[in-house]
Design a protein around this ligand. Structure first.
Ligand SMILES: Nc1ncnc2c1ncn2[C@@H]1O[C@H](COP(=O)(O)OP(=O)(O)OP(=O)(O)O)[C@@H](O)[C@H]1O
Length: 539
């Protein structure tokens, strides 16, 4: 008979207790916001080290300014200023009291007395040798700073400001445009430099990581009596803007355009030449723009001011937004288009949401889909299986290629003008290919080949542009470099690939540039249509 009481011995009870299930462990599954992801992997967006971060910030701001001015057919005027900020000034900006070092040996750059003596003696010897050579009238290499200091050393800070005369930003949209990773106005099928809705936020994330200071944005429309001003930061965990100030200020001068400013850690010394090269090449590919570049510091001999004057008022036409080509869409995109369409039936959907499907062709396609389909069926009632059928047919059926009318290449005349004026060349030949297609996306390749020029080195000097962006990194993997090095027989043009000063300029424009990575640094060599078009343009 069960008495209901416990018949277990104390030892058994203890054992049983120890078996009681422990409190469930906290779940190991975690989520990350896009802002967190890019903060942790900033290198994939071109923000590798402080020097590269300074370069990429300048580049992204300039490209946003050009996109903006071109979108309203305004001849771009872009002013970039990099201001070096000393440590004392930086500390006072963030309200930190400057403090002298007390325990010197605590620091990374600490040198023992002996090491210091050795270094100074070495430097004195180097100076003596230099003086001796100089007195003999010989050219001497500048003495390099001795390597004694290890570690990262002291950070350098810069205020980067970019001002333009482009399109205004709607006052209420500014916080989301700059404070939410993956938000932008350039996601459509249109040839623009920007695409991902990421770059300005990366500059802000880097400023948050390196200085903790917010970004400042001013924007105004022509004739508008106020300037939208916004100072904001980004809440990394939630990927939302954190706004300190957002107001309408008086626009006394009836100014039009945008001004973006961030304070970041950088390295001007190591990236100076890359940044200047970038500005110069942007002047080549956008000769209808006027650029002013300034570097300001407390040391006047370090300061730089370069003005790249506009050389033509002929601006390429504004690129047009285009509809999707049936060969370029995947299942997910078809589903999204169905959700977003205002068209009611399948026939109208096919005819109006895609390029190169006429009414009669849409009817033929629907007939081919099978007995479950008819032109009048509600497009939003298509089942998942039926959508797969539409997709299968899109992949297999023939469609005319999309036209390149929606593209706006730099123009052969502009390319030639930019190259000749900027590089002081003896000879340049330019060629403009017709529109071609890869994976349903139209693209146009233009190329220029020059020989000679006072600023050109011996051998192949390759300049790559994509949607009028200069590509400066990952040269070796890029389709243009590989083509110029391996697939062109230079000797058949009586050009010596090793000894002549050869400039190869290739500009590709498309509604979709197949960049490798979000840093937009190079185009891979794996798309055969692009590789073939690049080869024939150079040839
Ligand atoms: N100077 C500017 N003038 C007008 N609008 C701007 C300017 N800079 C940024 N914007 C707006 O802010 C949005 C976000 O800019 P962001 O640089 O983050 O991304 P994007 O340019 O769209 O794409 P990508 O990341 O490929 O550069 C842009 O789409 C644009 O609408």
């Amino acid at each position: 008979m069960d008495t209901g009481g416990s018949s277990e011995s104390p030892a058994e009870l203890k054992k049983a207790k120890s078996k009681t299930p422990r409190k469930p462990k906290e779940s190991i599954l975690k989520q990350k916001s896009p802002a967190e992801f890019f903060a942790e992997n900033k290198n994939i967006a071109g923000f590798d080290n402080p020097g590269k971060c300074l370069y990429t910030t300048v580049r992204e701001f300039v490209e946003n300014s050009l996109d903006s001015a071109e979108s309203v057919s305004e001849l771009p005027v872009v002013e970039v200023t990099i201001e070096e900020i000393g440590k004392r000034q930086f500390n006072s900006m963030i309200g930190l009291v400057d403090r002298e070092r007390v325990d010197a040996a605590l620091y990374d750059d600490y040198e023992t007395d002996k090491a210091r003596e050795r270094r100074l003696a070495k430097e004195a010897r180097a100076q003596e040798i230099q003086a001796k050579y100089a007195s003999l009238g010989k050219k001497v290499k500048e003495a390099t700073a001795s390597k004694g200091i290890k570690g990262r050393g002291e950070a350098s800070f810069y205020r980067v400001t970019c001002k333009d005369n482009g399109k205004e930003m709607p006052h209420d949209d500014i916080p989301n445009m700059f404070g939410r990773v993956l938000s932008g106005t350039k996601y459509g099928l249109k040839q623009t430099r920007g695409k991902f809705g990421l770059s300005a936020k990366m500059a802000l994330i880097w400023s948050k990581m390196s200085t903790g200071l917010p970004i400042e944005i001013s924007s105004a429309m022509k004739g508008q009596n106020y300037v939208s001003f916004c100072r904001l930061d980004i809440d990394i965990h939630r990927n939302i803007p954190h706004v300190y100030s957002h107001e309408k200020r008086k626009n006394k001068d009836r100014w039009r355009g945008a001004e973006i400013q961030v304070v970041i850690e950088g390295n001007w010394t190591t990236y100076r030449s890359k940044i200047l090269h970038y500005m110069r090449q942007m002047a080549v590919i956008t000769p209808y723009a006027q650029f002013l570049f300034k570097f300001l510091s407390d040391a006047p001999d370090k300061n730089v001011t370069i003005r790249f004057a506009r050389r033509t008022d002929v601006m390429p036409p504004v690129p047009l937004e285009m509809k999707h080509h049936p060969s370029s869409v995947d299942l997910l995109l078809i589903k999204r288009l169905i959700t977003e369409t205002t068209k009611l039936n399948l026939l109208q959907f096919l005819q109006h949401e895609f390029v190169n499907i006429s009414r009669s062709y849409a009817e033929r396609l629907i007939g081919e889909m099978g007995p479950d389909f008819n032109p009048k069926m509600a497009v939003k009632s298509l089942t998942s299986q039926q959508i797969v059928r539409v997709h299968q047919l899109f992949r297999q059926a023939k469609f005319d290629d999309p036209s390149g009318d929606c593209l706006s290449p730099a123009g052969e005349y502009n390319l030639r003008l930019g190259i000749i004026k900027e590089l002081h060349l003896d000879m340049v030949a330019t060629y403009s290919g017709s529109a071609q297609v890869f994976e349903g996306h139209p693209f146009i390749v233009k190329a220029g080949v020059s020989v000679g020029g006072k600023d050109v080195k011996q051998g192949l000097n390759i300049f790559r542009f994509a949607n009028r962006i200069l590509l400066l990194f990952e040269q070796g993997s890029d389709v243009v470099t590989r083509t110029a090095l391996k697939r062109i027989n230079w000797s058949s043009y009586k050009i010596n690939q090793m000894q002549d000063k050869i400039g190869v300029f290739v500009s590709i424009v498309s509604t979709k540039i197949p960049f490798k990575g979000t840093g937009k640094e190079y185009i891979g060599d794996d798309i055969s249509e692009i590789a073939a078009a690049v080869k024939s343009a150079i040839q």
